[in-house]
Design a binder for this molecule. Structure first.
Ligand SMILES: C=C(O[C@@H]1C=C(C(=O)O)C=C[C@H]1O)C(=O)O
Length: 257
């Protein structure tokens, strides 16, 4: 059903987890492409745009909170790989409980850095890759924003599984650093610069491939992309990779609790 089911029997490898991270790159790139179909559409984020009875906040916040409530009832957040942006007051799941294997240390449950992801997305990323303007498609715009947020959040919080596999593989190296709560040593242990470089290169290449305007015949206007590939690889370099490592460290610091 998902990577963590395999980890239960200790047969998940770092390579398998990395394969999932690679597959998630596609989802993230495509979600950005779909959001970039719309301009910024500022009223989506303006609390004074719509007066929704019984709700105070922007249309975007309304859309996310309501969507997360429905998805919670459908069982989405029973999956340890999924993290809500508004975890307080989420309704309980209404579906038969799927027994997810206890792969991660229980302390993993308390790790949710979606506030950081939310702020990065709306304050830094969104203005950098969509065109200014307003086409009044606010509900669709909010739906595309949530797709981007959920894809990015899932990838970053996968750092918990990456950290668990690394811990199991090299317990003797990680234990002393965890007991010392030594962030610096943990960061050195879990960092694979060659892998990070490969991630940034591959993401840029995927953006070049997925984002290009496909023309029949050769009418020569090369180089036009739906989303600037440099912005996509910049997202990984500046946010996705650093925040994934933050999750790895937060998880490892709690691993021996
Ligand atoms: C996710 C991992 O941990 C770190 C984070 C990486 C990333 O976010 O892409 C890549 C390599 C590591 O520095 C990994 O080792 O695969």
């Amino acid at each position: 059903k998902h990577e963590m089911a395999k980890a239960e029997h200790n047969n998940v490898t770092l390579g398998m987890v990395r394969d999932s991270l690679i597959r998630q790159e596609d989802t993230i790139v495509y979600s950005l492409i779909e959001r970039a179909r719309f301009p910024l559409n500022p009223p989506t984020y303006d609390p004074s745009y719509a007066s929704i009875p019984g709700f105070s906040g922007s249309l975007l916040e309304f859309f996310v909170k309501q969507t997360e409530a429905v998805q919670a009832k459908a069982g989405r957040y029973d999956n340890p790989e999924e993290h809500p942006f508004f975890p307080d007051n989420l309704p309980p799941s209404l579906v038969p409980h799927y027994k997810y294997p206890e792969v991660l240390h229980p302390a993993a449950m308390s790790i949710n850095i979606n506030k950081l992801i939310w702020d990065m997305y709306f304050n830094k990323l969104l203005p950098s890759f969509v065109s200014p303007g307003d086409d009044e498609n606010y509900a669709l715009t909010a739906a595309r924003d949530l797709e981007c947020l959920q894809a990015i959040s899932r990838r970053i919080h996968y750092g918990k599984l990456v950290a668990e596999v690394k811990f199991r593989d090299e317990r003797k190296d990680y234990e002393p650093a965890i007991r010392a709560q030594d962030r610096f040593t943990l960061t050195n242990l879990l960092t694979f610069t060659n892998v990070e470089e490969a991630v940034k290169k591959r993401v840029a290449k995927k953006a070049m491939t997925f984002c290009q305007e496909v023309k029949l015949g050769d009418d020569g206007d090369k180089g036009k992309y739906k989303v600037d590939p440099a912005i996509v690889s910049g997202l990984y370099a500046d946010w996705v990779i650093p925040l994934t490592k933050e999750v790895e460290i937060d998880y490892l610091l709690r691993r021996l609790n």
